[in-house]
Structures are given as structure tokens and as C-alpha cells.
Write a protein that binds this ligand. Structure first.
Ligand SMILES: O=c1[nH]cc([C@@H]2O[C@H](COP(=O)(O)OP(=O)(O)OP(=O)(O)O)[C@@H](O)[C@H]2O)c(=O)[nH]1
Length: 627
């Protein structure tokens, strides 16, 4: 299947999956699509009776989910995605639409309705292309749906309740998961199995191919096999080059960037496809072996080069120079940065190919996202974390192999000294301390709003951010909850260096900085204790010491808010969090954990009503209350 050309075109795009469904994430990851996950906050409450057909309801819900994410990212994070994908799966039986059960009784009602009958599963999918014009979000929407028919056996009461008690039905449309235990209920499936699981991959891939590599009419090939009917295949879908007439004709398609270098033309020199097994030559005489390019693996092999190119361009302040003045030629930037012209030109070209810069005959300019995130002066700049990644994490990662073999941190190998305490390493020199604080500040600035709004915290009048560093989250909290007073509690060497990170124009009086060590000193009183990127630094034993201490000073009704990257329970998806857990391995005794892991730790110290929120940003949130 020639999907590589399509994926090649998407590689430089910010693709977002507006769904919390782990199944959708897995299905799309499996085909090699690279995307971020930003779960939608759209409540599935559209009036079902106002839709003429059930699939219209599924499509509209999918559309609203995706639009909510596109708008939120555009307004809230100043990050307009290029493409947002949304989906909604429903089950229909006896002209009723079934969604996810709200409780076990509801699951029972659904499953007994499906027992012994055939039902339909519809998934509505939308692909939204986004752009920003005069700061307004512009969208072009493509949608489709897929129907699969499923027949259940007669289900005995016993089997029904056994299945319900397994817990599986609760987050699944129609109250069953065909891919797991629910498969035992099914007599037959007519249609796309993955559509039932939540995402019609086959139809989606065809849609992507239509949008990104529309066929030149004369190249569509009908492959004939003895017993299989003639079909139009992905192999027959050619690039058509960006200006092909069929491309322009396609409803809802927008003009996209030039191909990523993967040859997508599928004609041979005589303009006729001859089959997909033998490598073909296109009009340029280039072997059409795109189907065999393992692009995902090649990308991973290149990953370190791309990271290092970003780090070096940041370290040499190239994005700062280009933010001040652009376009600039390589020679001008080399002069500013004190670097060689030939090396600078190669670095700038690589950054252009990575989508960080734009290049015209007049020279290089920053992309919008380079101006926002890579220049060092932006409100949401990641410069601090990038420099920390280059100077601190990179040397540690060169010892990943030893870390994996030994199961322990590698600070001694990377920096030539044994560290008893993680923070001794960071705070022993002023330069390293400032760099570390800048890194933490940049991640905190980027995530603070999503963490602060993950739950309604208005009932907490006072909060104490343990290890709150520069106070970035504290300042966000008092913006959102004007009656809240927040204490930032951190080591004396941190508190002494916070002044350069303070916002100029805020009600600073509501944020107080107190120095101390949360393991050894008394904790300030508060209704809410916040631990943001703290617990992941420590092994369970240390976490128990800290939670016990917090629990001892918490009155009933007081809470703990955790902000961490959450792993999925099966530790299969979410590569950012899984890679971050390796990051913790090379430098700490800690690790990333799942929401269930944190729930287990918190419940052991008298905290209950644990709520978990995946924010779609770098940090997720967990809230619990002392009983
Ligand atoms: O056999 C299976 N059938 C359905 C599922 C899963 O069910 C849900 C459907 O719910 P919805 O479309 O509303 O999606 P959500 O999970 O709420 O995520 P969004 O954030 O996209 O709204 C979906 O997860 C299917 O995967 C299943 O697993 N097996």
C-alpha cells in the first residue's frame, strides 16, 4: 500500500487527534501517522432527534469535537494545528442510538438490547485543515462515515453480568469492546472491524490519499485477479503534483506543501502501471519504491540529528536574530553568530527542512512557531528547556545504554561526579542552576493554564506549590482564581534566584515565596498542596514519605493537585511520556507513572475522589481530596 507519500506530506504538519480514545491513538500510530493527542472537551449532547440519519449525528459530533480542539489550540495555546482529526462512534439498534454507558445498569440495558440481534456501528470522522488569517482561525472540513454490521449471540444473564463486571463496557460505544473480551459476544461482523473499534482506518487512508495524492484520471488502474473483483487501490493513487487538475477539483481539499521528497508518481515511462510488486520507474526514471521506504524507522534514526540541529540553532540564538530582523542571508546570520558561513547555511537549510524556518530568495525567516517558542524572549518560549536538553540531557542520554543495563542514573558518567541528591547537581553552580530554573520555567509557562484549569479549584482559598520553582504555576492560578493565595515552597537556593522570572504587571502580593525542603522542613498551611513535576523525580519510598507528611497537615476537604505526564495504563502509547520516563531513568531514581499508579499512591495516604484529567498538553493533572 502506497501510504508513504501521504505520510511524507504530513510529516512537516502539526497533526492533532482530537480524541481521548486510546484505541484511536493506537490505530493511527500503527499506520505510522505522527500526531499529537489533544482530547476534546466537547460534551456529546447534540439533540439526536434533530438528525435525519444516525451517521449524520456521528459526523456532527466528530466535527464539534475537532472544532473545539482547533479553536482551543488556536486561542489558548497560540498554536494553530495544521490538521485536526475527530471521530465519534455510535451503535444503532431498533432505531435507537447507543453511546457509552453511564453506569452498569445502563450497560446492562444496552447489551440486553443487542443480545441475539444484528446492529450497526457508525463512526463519523472529520479531517479539519486549519490556517490562521489575521489571527482568525480558518477551517476546511472533510468528513465521512463508515458503517459496520455486527451480530451478537443470545446473551445469558450470567454472561451479561460477568461481562459488565469486567469493567470493559464503560468507555465503549454500545457498551462492548469487540477487540477484547467483548469479542466473545459477537457472532459475525460485516464490514470494517476497526470501524467498530472506533476508527475506520481503511476509509480514512483512502480519504487521505484522495486529499494528498489525488489520482490523475488516466493513471487509475484496475488490477485484475482471478477471484478478486477489480478495485482502485492505493497503489493507483498518484501524487498528481501539487497543481494537478484532479487535485484542484477535489471538494474540501486545500493546496498543500510540496512533496517531502518521496516520489509519489506511479506511472512508468509509458504512463501505464504494470503492477505493484516490481519496482517501477516514473517519468523521471526514478524507482517508485515508496511503498518499501520504512519512513517511521528512518525518521527515528534521524531523530537525534534533528534534535541536535534544533539545539545548536537555539544555542547560537539564530531564532533570536531572525526574530529581530528577517529575511536574513546565511552570511548575515553567520556574522551575527560568529560562525562559519558554510556551516551556518547547512544548519539553516536543515532547520528549513524541519519546518522551523522559511526560506525565500531573499533569505531565511522564522516560522510563526519559531517566533513563539524558539526565540528566547517569547512568553511561551521553550528556549530554556532546549538549552537544558542540549547541555544536560544530551550528555546523560549518551549513557542510556548503561542506564538500561544498570537500571540507574548516569550523572557520574555524564558529568564525572557522583551525585547523592539530584538537586545538588543542578544547584552547585550558578550557571547550571539558572539554566535548570529557566528550563523548568519554560515548561511551567507552557502548561500552567491547562493544569490550572483542568479542574475547578475555586473552593480552595489557599494553595502551596511544593517545589514550585519560579512561581509560574502560582501566577497562573491567581489569574484564574483571583481569591486564591499561593505559597511557592522551594529550596533556599531556588527561592533566592526567582526574581528574574517574575511577571511585571501582576498582583504579586497573592504569591508568596518561602524557602525550605519539603522532606525535612515544616510545610506551610494550605487548602491545596500542588506537586508539579515533583513526584516523578522520586522512587515510591520517597513519595510515601512526602505524601504521609502532606496528609498529616491536611484537614478533611483539603486536596492535592498533581501535574505530571501520565503514562497510559498499559504503557503502550503516549511516546512523549514514555520517553520522559527514560529521561527520568538516566538522571533520577524516579519515573513517570500512570493515573492509576498515582491514584494507588494517594489512596494509601487517605486521599480519595481521585480525578484524572488528560490535558493534551505536556502535563496532565490529578486531583484528590483528604477524607
Ligand atoms: O468495540 C468497540 N466499540 C467501541 C469502542 C470505543 O468506544 C469509544 C466510543 O466513544 P466516542 O466515539 O465518544 O469516543 P471517546 O472514547 O469518548 O473519545 P473522544 O475523546 O474521541 O470523544 C471509543 O473510544 C472507541 O474506541 C471500543 O474500544 N471497542
Amino acid at each position: 500500500m502506497v501510504l508513504s507519500p501521504v505520510l511524507g506530506k504530513l510529516v512537516s504538519k502539526r497533526v492533532v487527534l482530537a480524541s481521548a480514545s486510546p484505541r484511536r491513538q493506537e490505530i493511527l500510530t500503527n499506520v505510522g501517522l505522527r500526531f499529537e493527542v489533544v482530547p476534546s472537551w466537547f460534551k456529546e449532547t447534540l439533540e439526536k432527534s434533530s438528525f435525519a440519519a444516525p451517521y449524520e449525528y456521528a459526523i456532527e459530533t466528530a466535527k464539534q469535537k475537532a472544532l473545539e480542539v482547533a479553536n482551543r489550540m488556536h486561542v489558548k495555546h497560540l498554536r494553530t494545528p495544521d490538521i485536526v482529526i475527530g471521530a465519534d462512534t455510535i451503535v444503532t439498534v431498533d432505531e435507537q442510538i447507543l453511546e457509552k454507558p453511564v453506569d452498569k445498569q445502563d450497560a446492562y440495558r444496552m447489551l440486553s438490547r443487542l443480545s441475539g440481534k444484528e446492529h450497526s456501528v457508525f463512526t463519523g470522522v472529520v479531517i479539519i485543515h486549519c490556517s490562521s488569517k489575521d489571527n482568525q482561525l480558518e477551517t476546511e472540513i472533510t468528513d465521512f462515515y463508515e458503517e459496520t454490521k455486527v451480530k451478537f449471540s443470545d446473551l445469558s444473564e450470567e454472561l451479561l453480568w460477568e461481562y459488565i463486571h469486567s469493567g470493559e463496557p464503560m468507555d465503549k460505544a454500545g457498551g462492548y469492546g469487540i477487540q477484547a473480551l467483548g469479542g466473545m459476544l459477537v457472532e459475525y461482523v460485516h464490514g470494517d472491524f476497526l470501524n467498530v473499534v472506533g476508527f475506520p482506518l481503511n476509509h480514512f487512508c483512502k480519504k487521505l490519499a484522495e486529499l494528498y495524492c489525488p489520482p490523475l484520471k488516466h493513471t487509475i488502474q484496475h488490477i485484475k485477479h482471478d477471484s478478486i473483483p477489480s478495485v482502485d487501490t492505493f497503489e493507483s493513487l498518484s501524487d498528481g503534483e501539487s497543481e494537478s487538475s484532479s487535485f484542484k477539483e477535489h471538494k474540501g481539499a486545500i493546496k498543500l506543501d510540496s512533496p517531502s521528497g518521496v516520489i509519489c508518481n506511479s506511472e512508468n515511462s509509458s504512463g501505464v502501471r504494470t503492477g505493484s510488486v516490481v519496482p517501477l520507474e516514473n517519468q523521471n526514471g526514478v524507482s517508485d519504491s515508496a511503498a518499501k521506504v520504512p519512513s517511521k524507522i528512518l525518521d527515528l534514526m534521524d531523530g537525534f540529528r534533528a534534535s541536535k540541529a534544533l539545539f545548536v540553532a537555539s544555542k547560537l540564538k539564530m531564532f533570536d536574530h531572525l526574530k529581530k530582523k528577517s529575511p536574513l542571508k546565511a552570511v548575515d546570520i553567520a556574522n551575527e553568530a560568529g560562525t562559519s558561513v558554510c556551516g551556518t547555511e547547512r544548519l539553516l537549510d536543515a532547520c528549513t527542512a524541519l519546518g522551523l524556518l522559511e526560506k525565500t530568495p531573499q533569505g531565511y525567516s522564522n516560522t510563526d512557531s519559531a517566533n513563539t517558542y524558539l526565540a528566547s524572549d517569547g512568553e511561551y518560549s521553550l528556549h530554556g528547556y532546549i538549552i537544558h536538553s542540549n547541555d544536560h540531557l544530551w550528555p546523560l542520554f549518551t549513557h542510556l545504554e548503561s542506564a538500561v543495563k544498570e537500571g540507574s542514573r548516569q550523572n557520574h558518567r555524564a558529568f564525572g561526579k557522583k551525585t547523592e541528591d539530584l538537586f545538588n547537581d543542578y544547584y552547585q553552580s550558578q550557571e547550571v542552576k539558572q539554566r535548570f530554573m529557566a528550563a523548568m520555567h519554560s515548561i511551567a509557562r507552557l502548561t500552567a493554564r491547562d493544569v490550572a484549569t483542568a479542574f475547578d479549584l475555586s473552593e480552595f482559598k489557599t494553595a502551596c506549590d511544593l517545589g514550585g520553582c519560579t512561581g509560574a504555576l502560582a501566577h497562573e492560578l491567581i489569574q484564574i482564581y483571583p481569591n486564591m493565595k499561593v505559597t511557592v515552597f522551594d529550596l533556599p537556593e531556588v527561592i533566592a534566584n526567582t526574581s528574574c522570572f517574575q511577571p511585571s504587571e501582576q498582583r504579586v502580593a497573592s504569591v508568596t515565596f518561602v524557602s525550605g525542603n519539603f522532606f525535612t522542613d515544616d510545610l506551610p498551611e494550605a487548602d491545596l498542596y500542588i506537586l508539579s513535576r515533583v513526584l516523578h523525580d522520586w522512587p515510591d519510598e520517597k513519595i510515601h514519605i512526602l505524601l504521609k507528611k502532606i496528609s498529616a497537615v491536611c484537614r478533611p476537604g483539603c486536596g492535592i493537585l498533581l501535574a505530571e505526564m501520565l503514562l497510559d495504563d498499559e504503557k503502550k502509547n503516549g511516546r512523549t511520556a514514555l520517553l520522559q520516563s527514560l529521561n527520568m531513568l538516566v538522571q533520577t531514581e524516579g519515573k513517570e507513572r500512570s493515573g492509576s499508579d498515582y491514584r494507588g499512591l494517594l489512596e494509601q495516604h487517605g486521599f480519595s475522589k481521585v480525578k484524572i484529567k488528560l490535558t493534551g498538553n505536556l502535563l496532565d493533572a490529578v486531583l484528590c481530596v483528604k477524607i
